[in-house]
Design a binder for this molecule. Sequence first.
Ligand SMILES: [Zn+2]
Length: 239
Amino acid sequence: MTLSRLISWGLLGLLVLTWLPSDSRAQGGAAAPAGPQCSCKAQDKLDLEERIKKLVEADKEYDNLIKHWQQQPKTKLNESLRKAEQGKVNSAMGKINTPGATRYSGNLGGTEADCSSWISKEVPPCMRPAIEDHEKAHQARCTKNTTPGKLGFWVDLFTKGSTDWRSGQTILEYLQEEKADHQAEIAKYKAELAKMQQHCPQYTQLDRSEKYDLDQALAQRERLDQAEKRLEEYGESLS
Ligand SMILES: [Zn+2]
């Protein structure tokens, strides 16, 4: 065997050796890659968990209020009554104060008397679909209870004495609907957290009991991932 043949066989052997581990690595698929499913980050996880806790507190307060208003089931809703009852719910939610969770300056969303709804700019993309659905539920009830068309405003004013879709409701109906909306919201956040647990381990395995700066930890992790990727690319370039 000539020296050149030995070298080419040797090279072929090397090629096979470098291919094998990379193939088995590709098939192994040890960790699920961070795909587009990971739209919610570590801060979002903390915020979603805090929001769920707040909504659970709110629901306890709704239960108290529902019990109270069941004694006067025919009392109609009006704006000052709504604000007073909602104020009690808000202070129940205010008891939950997770360190590091995002504080919002006001309501996350709302639906106006003309059925238009808004979402606060402070709501992060991860939380937005659940808040949007909550307001859509109000919008659907608003549209159902409002006379359509240009004259609708006047028709409602003269026939019902108000143009606010909520005024036709009893306080009891309002509280029951709000509670149902909250429960739908909680279910969405739980589904989002379960999705994170499954697809985004890099955002769910950090130990929050230690006083980590989460962003720092994630940035470091990303740098390591990048370095690992560069090493892999370098390795592949050899074959
Ligand atoms: Zn609502």
